[in-house]
Write a protein that binds this ligand. Structure first.
Ligand code: PAY
Ligand code: ZN
Length: 310
């Protein structure tokens, strides 16, 4: 028995309501979903992902890492809509049905729940985790805390900085448990989408250097197809290219780790809407359009890995 929850797809929801909605999806679509507990946050919140796809073994998979940065609210909102689009499309739209038979999607809507709750209660512009304090300051940038070129240029060693990399790689329980889960359960993951906001970009490795990786051409080709699909929906022009070229040098980020350490060929860091007019505080009437354009790109990536890794 499921109690109707308060979740509203066209609003920004509380962490509780997001989890209730994930539970709701698994109650309603039990044959197409699995709820997965990835870990427990510093402040003891359970961290959930949901697998979406029809039954099958050895399917290539896409992992979507959502809202590792607390203030990027459009990310979880976009991902929740995308789960709904997939589940409602199964059996009603041929393209979606076929993809869900061929590919598994793992959505982690809120990778940093302590930070997210803090942005709702105390400081809307909080970015980091809530560990600490160290030198009187709380939090580590969870997108500088991964064990790939940890502590190199593009991260701060100042605990009070918004890009503080932390005392050691995977010092944060959130990045530690997520990376462990990916290594232990992610043998079939062929695409890792680290979803952020804002700036409208679809970026591939590396972040830590402007040198380009061996798979750059394939990664950037698929990135180009993803941004074309986005453009066709509401006309937005996302930039694509390497993280270091398109935005800036950033070390210890999850996309570099997913590619280099976990061996996931199609690792991306994606910046959703907008280009800065509203920035992190994107009005809720943009949730649905953001979700629609992102979904078009997600289908393109899924179709590609279904073919390349069949
Ligand atoms: O996502 O790996 C990436 C690229 C680098 C991002 C980062 O600094 O971690 C880019 C920023 C982000 O989404 O966190 C961009 C936003 C607008 C910011 O906070 O500066
Ligand atoms: Zn971010």
């Amino acid at each position: 028995t499921s109690i109707p929850n308060e979740f509203d797809f066209d609003q920004y929801n509380s962490y509780e309501d997001i989890n209730a909605q994930l539970q709701d999806f698994t109650d309603k679509y039990s044959s197409l979903t699995t709820l997965i507990k990835i870990g427990v946050s510093h402040e003891s919140r359970d961290i959930y992902a949901i697998r979406v796809g029809s039954a099958g073994t050895n399917k290539p998979a896409i992992f979507l890492e959502g809202q590792i940065h607390a203030r990027e609210w459009i990310v979880s909102a976009t991902l929740l809509y995308n789960i709904k689009f997939l589940l409602e499309g199964y059996g009603t739209e041929d393209r979606i049905t076929k993809l869900m038979d061929e590919v598994d999607f793992y959505f982690l809507p809120v990778a940093n729940p302590d930070g997210y709750v803090y942005t709702r209660t105390t400081n809307r512009m909080w970015r980091k985790t809530r560990s600490g304090p160290i030198d009187g300051c709380y939090g580590v940038d969870p997108n500088r805390n991964w064990n790939d070129h940890f502590g190199d240029p593009g991260a701060s060693n100042n605990p009070c900085s918004d890009t503080y990399h932390g005392p050691s790689a995977f010092s944060e329980v959130e990045t530690k448990s997520l990376s462990n889960w990916v290594l232990e359960n992610g043998k079939n993951i062929k695409a890792y989408l680290a979803v952020h906001s804002y700036s409208e970009m679809w970026m591939s490795p590396y972040g830590w250097t402007r040198d380009l990786p061996p798979d750059y051409e394939d990664q950037n080709d698929l990135g180009g197809k993803a941004v074309s699909a986005i453009r066709e929906v509401h006309g937005l022009n996302f930039k694509h290219g390497s993280i270091a070229d398109v935005i800036y040098v950033t070390s210890g980020n999850s996309a570099d780790w997913a590619y280099t350490e976990a061996g996931i060929k199609y690792a991306y860091a994606i910046e959703l809407r907008d280009k800065g007019r509203y920035g992190f505080v994107l009005p809720p009437d943009q949730i649905k359009p953001s979700a629609e354009e992102f979904f078009a790109a997600l289908l393109v990536v899924a179709e590609h890995i279904a073919i390349e890794f069949y």
